[in-house]
Design a protein around this ligand. Structure first.
Ligand code: CP
Length: 302
């Protein structure tokens, strides 16, 4: 594994090894049982052209727990604000001789352009609406911990599927592990006709149909930053058909709920359901650290 740009870069045996390593790291988190010997002396650059809380902090803490140093680049306060191009910014960071670049960018296709420019391994921390491979890995790790396997799970993705890189990577990776998918969204958030991966999935009318069909509800927020038109649903209409409300939660303890975050409380999910045992949103964040430890170790120890 030279780079990790999409889940398609990951052969099945590498996925299984990353999940096995991640699941072995999870119980050690918070117990002063870091593995600093594994990547001692290595340096990782976290290069974020878009906002992030979970992905950036979990890569940063993952690097530290393995003994590597991690430095963070964010566009705000950088020379991008003086007009420096993406290519020149990456060439500048590359010239500092990091052992790996973890990059988030909002434009589709950017990772393929950058891979030919740099000699260090690149890990995608999210690219446009195309892919978010470590999110899919942490979803797989969280669900494997919960169910023992992903195989045979029925996963209903509900929300803004059209603009979601999370949905695309989740379907690609978890289908390869044996899960079955359906999507459920207002017409304006359904995948475009040009998206063969997403368009081939089973379609469900509303969240009640999704909850009756699925074992896992995969909720998505409305991605306002990627929506150019004013064609957005009214919040009350959206909630009536697509939100995991406290009323629905009280009727569906049998369904496990995941969400990549950030959540928009009172829109796609109610605040009071976050602490229910079948809602794994914060457990996913814990698995995010473990999965990113496994990914960094695999890339940097090769
Ligand atoms: N899930 C996710 O990518 O969250 P952040 O944008 O906070 O990193």
């Amino acid at each position: 594994m030279r780079h990790l740009l999409t889940t398609a870069d990951l052969p099945r045996e590498i996925v299984q090894r990353i999940l096995k390593d991640a699941l072995s790291y999870v119980p050690t988190l918070g117990l002063r049982r870091d593995r600093r010997e594994l990547l001692s002396g290595r340096n990782v650059a976290l290069v974020f052209f878009e906002p992030s809380t979970r992905t950036r902090l979990s890569f940063e803490t993952a690097a530290h727990r393995l003994g590597a140093s991690a430095v963070v680049f964010q566009t705000q306060g950088s020379s991008v604000e003086k007009g420096e191009s993406l290519q020149e910014t990456i060439a500048t960071i590359e010239a500092m001789r990091f052992d790996a670049l973890v990059i988030r960018h909002g434009r589709d296709g950017v990772m393929n352009e950058l891979r030919s420019m740099v000699s260090a391994p690149i890990v995608s921390a999210g690219e446009g609406t195309t892919s978010h491979p470590t999110q899919a890995l942490l979803d797989a790790s969280t669900l494997t911990e919960k169910f023992g396997t992903v195989e045979g799970l029925r996963i209903a993705i509900v929300g803004d599927v059209r603009h979601s890189r999370v949905a695309r990577s989740q379907v690609e990776l978890l289908t390869s592990l044996g899960a079955e998918f359906a999507v459920c969204a207002p017409a304006e958030f359904m995948p475009s006709e040009a998206d063969p991966l997403m368009n081939s999935l089973k379609k469900l009318e509303d969240i009640d149909e999704a909850l009756a069909w699925c074992s896992v509800l995969s909720l998505l927020r409305i991605q306002h930053e990627r929506i150019e038109t004013n064609n957005k649903p009214m919040i009350e209409d959206y909630r009536r058909q697509f939100a995991f409300t406290s009323e629905r939660a009280s009727q569906h303890d049998d369904v496990v709920v995941i969400h990549p975050g950030p959540v928009n409380l009172g829109v796609e999910i109610d605040a009071v359901v976050l602490d229910r045992p079948n809602v794994l949103i914060h457990r996913q964040v814990t698995h995010g650290v473990a999965v990113r430890m496994a990914v960094l170790h695999r890339l940097l120890s090769a």
